[in-house]
Write a protein that binds this ligand. Structure first.
Ligand SMILES: C[S@@+](CC[C@H](N)C(=O)[O-])C[C@H]1O[C@@H](n2cnc3c(N)ncnc32)[C@H](O)[C@@H]1O
Length: 452
């Protein structure tokens, strides 16, 4: 008879305690993001595929909520933890910090009964060989968080406290303090789910319990799995932030035209171009992401040509009527959806990305027919990746001019259209009835025409 080693029996019993797997997943994800500097989407992708955890849907949703809250409120929570960690955080303590962070997030911002959050956090520490000698510290610190933490966190300006200095300073420099504050405040709330529909938005809004936005998107408060919503399996819609749906629409009438979509994956904008009847060539550097684009387009019943290549050097046999370049960027406009960005990106990344965007733009212009239209977009709030990028492109290219957003075209009469002719959105815009229903990604888009 084979005997199960006693410690294995113990850990199995503990694993099945209600709520423990979700907390363990949350702490492990936070460890990967904050301590190992891995992008949240990549880590969650691994969770989804079951490579890291095999969690039931409900636990997965709870783990995601804990991770999201921990990252969105990290600044406030750190200040609370610092107050109670008399000697600071011990070094080489494994997942101790993610355990404290996620435990405090549950107590302070998720209405989890403190005794449950503390008990589970202590168990998590005991499970990690490097953190287990701090189990009493976890207990003591989180108890103090439950007694005094709300007062400390509540006395802070939440938007400011949860924005790291490097970003705050940038935004104040670029947009002024009032806008920086509004951007930071908008990032405290989990965003709604926006869908781009191929049919009638009103019909889908009624069917899904959503609202139609000025962009034509349908907005919902997500509950459960996206794949289970009506219309998903039939390819009636795809997930796309309202702001992200604007750049492709700036190309207007593209039915039958040859359009290159550069940096196309996972294909939200490719789908818009194909649904509008364009003959689309979608180019992306990442083989895995091109495969995802193909999967997404197949679900939607849309057909495009896909190419895995570096769009800064790729050449086509024939020039295009239009090019859409949705360039890789720092993504600082999407922090509502990607709360890891402030902790993974830096000024240095922005400079490197701006240099890549310039190379991509140069090639995009080469791929364009005389008289053709180029739309450039980024989901960044940083002018180096938007306004300044386009100013530099115009300075080195006499054949290009901005085709401004006209007042009588869609979006031309919105607050998003700038006097310079380009488009700029902020996360605090598209304010509806309550914070949960409000907001949009911060985007930049410019439409340019190449002289004939
Ligand atoms: C902002 S995402 C594009 C989102 C996409 N346009 C959409 O709407 O779904 C940027 C993409 O650029 C791709 N990328 C990065 N560097 C590239 C390069 N040199 N050439 C082509 N694609 C690149 C990345 O793989 C990523 O898929």
């Amino acid at each position: 008879m084979t005997k199960t080693p006693p410690n294995k029996t113990l850990s199995r019993t503990r694993d099945h305690q209600v709520g423990l797997p979700a907390r363990r997943a949350a702490a492990t994800v936070l460890d990967a993001v904050l301590q190992k500097k891995q992008p949240l989407d990549d880590v969650l992708g691994r969770v989804r595929d079951g490579a890291m955890f095999d969690l039931p849907t409900r636990d997965r949703a709870l783990a995601r909520a804990i991770v999201g809250t921990s990252l969105r409120r990290k600044g406030q929570i750190d200040r609370v933890l610092e107050t109670f960690l008399d000697r600071g955080l011990p070094a080489r303590a494994g997942t101790l910090y993610p355990i404290l962070l996620s435990g405090a997030a549950q107590i302070l911002f998720m209405n989890v009964p403190p005794h449950a959050a503390i008990d589970l956090a202590v168990r998590l520490a005991q499970w990690d060989p490097r953190a287990k000698r701090y189990d009493k510290l976890v207990n003591a610190v989180l108890r103090r968080v439950s007694e005094k933490g709300a007062g400390i966190a509540g006395a802070l300006d939440a938007g400011r406290a949860n924005t790291p200095d490097w970003l705050w300073d940038r935004w104040v420099r670029t947009w002024g303090e009032e806008r920086a504050q509004a951007i930071a405040d908008a990032q405290l709330t989990e965003p709604p789910l926006d869908l781009t529909v191929t049919g009638d938005p009103k019909k889908w809004a009624a069917e899904l319990g959503g609202k139609v936005l000025p962009t034509g998107s349908v907005r919902l408060l997500p509950k459960g799995r996206i794949e289970d919503l009506p219309g998903f399996a039939d390819g009636a819609w795809w997930v796309q932030d309202a702001a992200a749906s604007i750049p492709a629409k700036l190309l207007h009438d593209i039915a039958g035209k040859r359009v290159a979509d550069l940096c196309a994956a996972p294909g939200g904008k490719t789908a818009q171009l194909a649904a509008a009847g364009a003959n689309v060539t979608a180019v992306d550097l990442s083989k895995a992401r091109v495969a995802r684009l193909e999967e997404n387009l197949a679900r939607l019943g849309l057909f495009v040509q896909t190419i895995t290549a570096d769009a800064s050097t790729w050449q086509a046999d024939e020039p295009f009527d239009a090019v859409l370049l949705d360039a890789p960027c720092s993504s600082t406009g999407t922090i509502r959806r990607h709360p890891d960005v402030p902790y993974l990106k830096s000024d240095k990344d922005i400079a490197e990305l701006a240099a890549l965007q310039a190379r991509l733009l140069n090639n995009a212009v080469r791929l364009l027919k005389p008289g053709g239209t180029l739309v450039y977009s980024t989901c960044s709030l940083e002018p180096e990746e938007g306004e300044a990028q386009i100013a530099a492109l115009l300075a080195r290219n006499e054949s290009l001019r901005i085709e401004p957003l006209h007042a009588d075209e869609p979006f031309g009469d919105t607050e998003w259209a700038q006097a310079s002719g380009v488009l700029r959105t902020f996360p605090y815009q598209l304010a509806l009835d309550s914070p949960e229903w409000s907001g949009m990604d911060g985007f930049f888009a410019a439409r340019l025409v190449r002289a004939s």
